[in-house]
Design a protein around this ligand. Structure first.
Ligand SMILES: C[S@@+](CC[C@H](N)C(=O)[O-])C[C@H]1O[C@@H](n2cnc3c(N)ncnc32)[C@H](O)[C@@H]1O
Length: 345
């Protein structure tokens, strides 16, 4: 048997690979929480100097520096005593204007035993997982991933090819985004189209908090909450990576569209997948099977749905739209791996 990186006949290689990845993360996070990571990113130094700067124990600090060097995070000079951050370690600590990768990973690691237990229970009883079990790491990671991927370009790729949407936004239409996450798309839109107004719906309290903070500067022109304000009649209904997360996608979408203005435009973006596992498992979107199993499906199941999963694919999305009464759907794809389904409703 061999896994990538393992040698046939060398069973220890598989243990070593998994063990080393976890051990390196433990070392990184311990130094992060103790303030050593900031100290060495701030300036190179000997273990004694770094310990003095961070207020840590010199002997353990020396061993931390050695382990971090072997793990590929630090470099050491020819004397073997002076340690420096390798290029890019500052961004492990903080990506300017986005978030801290190591702080998010720390939050995810804290919740990992509870998430694993919840997923094991979900596998046995099929009842999904409590949203609270995930802590704040997941919503922060999702927001950081969006922010770090040029949100302005993503919004353009999603909306520019949809007939009539840019003109409507310029003229000052009302937009509702369902499942707006941390509000990155709404921020781009509210900045770009000052005549338009926006409502973001979000049920995750962590994502909602991020969105509220980010969008507060737009005042009443851009509001977010778990439910739409009464009487809201949007001209554009937007769902980005959300339709598969609704418990009853067709019925839930039909209910949302019942409140839309006549002739409103629906835009649904989902991962560009075929829905055929034998093809999608080797696609660029394949990593989403893990996030689908770990988060999307357990949450949908807890909300009473069957669980489409993020890679349910074009045919299933088009069938769902038809079941919601949406026909004559135009489809385009984006460079970041989305299939975008647009129609007048
Ligand atoms: C995969 S995330 C996508 C978030 C965001 N649109 C983005 O692209 O970053 C799906 C989001 O939909 C939210 N969501 C799921 N069901 C919802 C519902 N019924 N109403 C509002 N938001 C919902 C989740 O909390 C989550 O933030």
């Amino acid at each position: 048997m061999t896994l990538d990186g393992g040698t046939p006949g060398n069973a220890w290689a598989a243990f070593e690979r998994v063990h080393d990845a976890r051990a390196d993360l433990v070392v990184l996070l311990a130094g992060f929480r103790a303030g050593l990571l900031s100290a060495v990113v701030g300036a190179a130094g000997t273990a004694e100097e770094l310990a003095a700067r961070a207020g840590t124990d010199p002997r353990l600090t020396a061993e931390w520096c050695r382990a971090m060097t072997v793990a590929g995070f630090l470099d050491v000079d020819a004397t073997g005593h002076r340690f420096a951050a390798l290029p890019g370690l500052d961004e492990v600590l903080e990506v300017a204007g986005v978030d801290s990768p190591v702080d998010i990973e720390s939050a995810l690691l804290d919740r990992t035993p509870a998430v694993v237990a919840a997923l094991a229970a979900a596998l046995r009883d099929g009842e999904g997982a409590d949203p609270a079990v995930y802590g704040d790491g997941w919503a922060r990671l999702q927001d950081a991933a969006a922010l770090a991927s040029d949100p302005g370009a993503v919004v353009t790729a999603l909306l520019a090819p949809v007939a009539g949407v840019v003109e409507a936004l310029e003229a000052g239409c009302r937009v509702i985004e369902v499942g707006c996450g941390g509000g990155w798309a709404l921020e781009v839109l509210a900045e770009r189209y000052p005549e338009a107004s926006f409502v973001g719906l979000e049920i995750d309290p962590v994502a909602l908090g991020i969105a509220r903070g980010r969008l507060a500067r737009f005042g009443d022109r851009c509001v977010v909450g778990p439910e739409a304000p009464a009487g809201e009649r949007p001209d554009v209904v937007l769902l980005v990576d959300v339709l598969h997360d609704l418990p009853r996608p067709a019925a839930d979408l039909a209910r949302l569209l019942a409140d839309a203005a006549p002739g409103a435009v629906l835009v649904v973006a989902e991962a560009d997948a075929t829905g055929d596992f034998s093809l999608d498992r080797t696609s660029g979107a394949a990593w989403q099977y893990a996030s689908g199993f770990t988060r999307c499906l357990p949450l949908v199941r807890r909300a009473g749905g069957e669980g489409a999963g993020p890679l349910w694919g074009r045919t299933a999305v088009l069938r769902t739209l038809a079941d919601a009464g949406v026909h004559e759907v135009a489809v385009h794809t984006t460079a970041d791996g989305h299939a975008v389904f647009a129609a007048r409703v």
